[in-house]
Design a protein around this ligand. Structure first.
Ligand code: AMP
Length: 534
């Protein structure tokens, strides 16, 4: 029976061919031809293995094997036997599935064993693509976009229908299978389903209200919370909560579950909102504290007391059997107001005035929140999309810092020193102390130029890091200063991004550690205080 299934070698050869052409249409044609030849049960795994996802986005499965394990297995693998049964696409998918299922004390060894038996049956080319899959870096220029087009072409269906089906299912493999076996009709039947999370709708960054009002005359503004996005699925007393990355977090946050059971008057609903952690003074706690709550699965009672959570809802996308994703935002908000009894909604205004908008933003920031989200009143809810219907406006803070080291990039950034250690001046010792690291903000040309300059300033190279003479000053935007044991300075910037190369500044003019400390203090004054201190 197995013999009839498509050998994995064909998939590896396809990937190899894909990496040899830069032509998008050619890639689409090749993948489409390949998909058409597959058996029904092979379609989903093949699609995921081609794009390097292994498991669908909406699944919580992960391999949990790192570089060290792979190198160890590869180095110690025996010579290939010619007698081993060749791998099929389904075999590879099954091996990965088994690896993901391994848990418990000896999980590392057991994962290694499974990996080893897969490699023993793989040719050199197959091994190459298995490894690429594990790292999720296929390097053949086929992402979700190309794959969606290939699926539409292979199944003779509309690209928009394929895209929409993916939005709802979060499973590229499943979408391909349905498109190829049941066509347009099948795709249409994929919709929102209770207890199957969909990607949340996202917002574009805007830097001023003028910008937002260019797109929309009237907007709704809601507080932007620096919390964790939650998608809450409810049927009666059965409530399950999913994170932004679609993993289930229900057991870690029982008080939120209870709040929804008792405070939302709807038999069935899918709600969208944000959870923040609140301090003893009622103000939001730093993100780190919140994350602790979301990852804890033990001693929850205790954690609930230490780090209390608060839920703010801002959307409803499914209500009592009806999908609301295509209804305008203003209508969904009215539905939300109607069903919500004891849960808080995001503070919100509807306005066409820049003054009023700025006043509202000021209030949000003074209360310790991140900024506001502006939403078009007629906005549908487009899962996973970031567009000109929702905008986020934040007040970023900036520091001028000096680059003291850099790491070699991998994947698309191979060959560039692309991850930078950023340092402030310790005015007492005259040394530079690292306060953060980032690979964000530079263009390809700037990476190129930066690599050249840094190599000229090289003092020492160890492993993957080049330490340099502190010379290049950059302006860095960040969202928060966190306490961190990672660097000697005791601080680490969150969401750091280089906004400018300050060739006009010398390293002696960068911000000092004292200033970082002061900014941290100021930031903390706006934040909540953890019970019992921390
Ligand atoms: P970002 O993570 O910077 O792309 O900003 C988008 C995130 O803002 C979303 O994922 C939400 O978690 C968060 N957020 C906070 N408040 C709101 C709100 N009122 N509406 C939508 N998203 C919000």
């Amino acid at each position: 029976m197995e013999g009839q299934y498509t050998p994995f070698s064909e998939l590896a050869e396809l990937c190899e061919k894909l990496s040899k052409t830069t032509k998008r249409l050619e890639k689409i044609r090749m993948i489409s031809e390949f998909l058409k030849k597959l058996k029904k049960e092979e379609i989903a795994p093949a699609v995921l293995l081609i794009v390097g996802e292994i498991f669908p986005e909406a699944s919580s499965k992960t391999l949990e094997i790192g570089f060290a394990t792979i190198s160890k297995v590869l180095e110690s693998s025996p010579q290939k036997t010619l007698f081993g049964k060749p791998l099929t696409i389904l075999n590879v998918a099954e091996y990965f599935d088994r690896i993901a299922k391994v848990t418990g004390p000896r999980s590392r060894e057991n994962k290694e064993l499974i990996l080893r038996s897969m490699f023993e049956r793989a040719s050199e080319l197959e091994t190459k693509y298995i490894v690429k899959n594990i790292f999720g870096e296929m390097q053949h220029g086929v992402g979700e976009g190309v794959m969606l087009e290939a699926i539409a072409k292979a199944s003779n269906t509309n690209l928009d229908s394929v895209r929409r089906a993916l939005m709802f299912s979060g499973n590229l493999g499943k979408v391909a299978e349905v498109a190829l076996t049941s066509g347009e009709e099948g795709l249409k039947s994929i919709g929102l389903t209770l207890f199957q999370p969909v990607k949340p709708m996202l917002a574009h960054m805007a830097y001023s209200f003028e910008e937002v009002f260019k797109y929309h005359k009237v907007i709704a503004l809601e507080y932007k919370f620096d919390g964790a996005r939650v998608q809450i699925h409810k049927r009666g007393n059965n409530v399950r909560v999913f994170s932004r990355r679609l993993t289930e977090v229900t057991i870690s946050i029982p008080e939120i579950v209870n709040e929804v059971i008792n405070g939302v008057n709807a038999e069935e609903a899918i709600l969208d909102g944000e959870v923040i952690a609140v301090g003893a003074n009622g103000r939001p706690l730093p993100f780190q504290d919140l994350m602790r709550r979301f990852t804890k699965v033990k001693n929850i009672e205790e954690e609930m007391k230490r780090i209390p959570l608060k839920l703010y809802l801002f959307d409803v996308i499914y209500l009592n059997g009806k999908q609301l994703v295509d209804r305008p935002y203003s209508e969904r908000w009215s539905e939300l107001e109607r069903i919500v009894e004891k849960v808080e909604l995001a503070p919100r205004i509807v306005t066409s005035s820049i003054n009023e908008a700025e006043g509202f933003m000021k209030r949000a920031v003074e209360e310790g929140h991140e900024g506001v989200v502006a939403k078009a009143l007629n906005s549908p809810y487009i899962p996973g999309a970031r567009g000109n219907l929702w905008f986020k406006l934040k007040t970023a803070d900036y520091l001028d810092l000096v680059i003291v080291g850099a790491q070699w990039g991998y994947g698309r950034r191979t060959g560039w020193l692309s991850d930078y250690f950023l340092a402030a001046l310790d005015e007492e010792t005259g040394n530079y102390e690292i306060v953060g690291k980032t690979f964000k903000g530079l263009t390809d040309e700037e990476f190129e130029e930066m690599t050249r300059k840094l190599l000229e300033l090289k003092v020492e190279e160890e492993d993957n890091t080049v330490w340099v003479k502190p010379e290049i000053v950059v302006e860095v935007a960040y969202s928060e200063i966190q306490r961190s044991p990672k660097y000697k300075s005791g601080f680490a910037l969150r969401f750091a991004r280089i906004t400018r190369i300050r060739s006009d500044k010398s390293p002696f003019e960068v911000d000092t550690l004292r200033r970082v400390r002061e900014l941290y203090q100021k930031q903390q004054e706006k934040k909540g205080i953890l019970k019992g201190g921390f």
